[in-house]
Unconditional design. Sequence first.
Length: 276
Amino acid sequence: MKPLQISQLKSIYDMLSLKGKTAFVTGGAGGIGRSCAAALAEAGADVVLMDICGKEEALDANCREIEKRYGCRAEKVTGNVADEEDVERMIWETVDRFGRLDVVFSNAGIGGRDDNPSSMDLEEWNRVLDVNLTGMFLVDRIAANKMKELGNGGSIINTASMSGHIINKGSRKDMSQHMVAYSAAKAGVIQLTKSIAVSYVEDRIRCNSISPGMILSGLHDNMDMSALETYVENEVPMGRFASLDEIMGIVVFLASDLSSYATGSDFIIDGGVTIW
């Protein structure tokens, strides 16, 4: 088979377009989920924003703004990604309302309240793993099975973290930032992504993950910001936090046909931290 000539190449803009597709986004009330839902909508997709019960007001506001700005349909669902029945219901509602499911951005996640292995209890460990890993598994499996049933293929994008690759350093006196449950869960997400990718590749369903670094997404709101700023200054080669709009592009890329030959991969967006 001969390589394509320039005249035979597809349009980059056409391959990037998500027009006519439906995207399901978890953790859609704020942060990475909200910004990436908007980006998927700008690329042409209709979007379903999901978050936990109690965040309906934020979800409603996001949906209204997305519809007004991009002219697509945007609707909300609420539930718990760690509850199998909830996930089944939310995926069913998405397909029932829109008739299809093409893109899933499995992004919902939480930080730890006491993530120090010397003191954290099993309840806290389970709380973090339930949302950050079990919830990811449930969304991936149930969504992929629905995509397989619909027969149109699809793209699943999981939010992992640079903390799934490294142990975040603290001060010399206290070398760990105490993220044992979070780091373990995010490392699990990277391997889960590979397993989902190979399990559904014959169904034309791709699965990739992204590993953001230090991003101002709201996840760090309960942490010492001065310590985080010192960490960023000393440990991030780019010397700064990422902004939300620096994550959107990779998510749209992975959702679109521009990445049609990419599956089972993790894409690190960390300002160079994991170079060291």
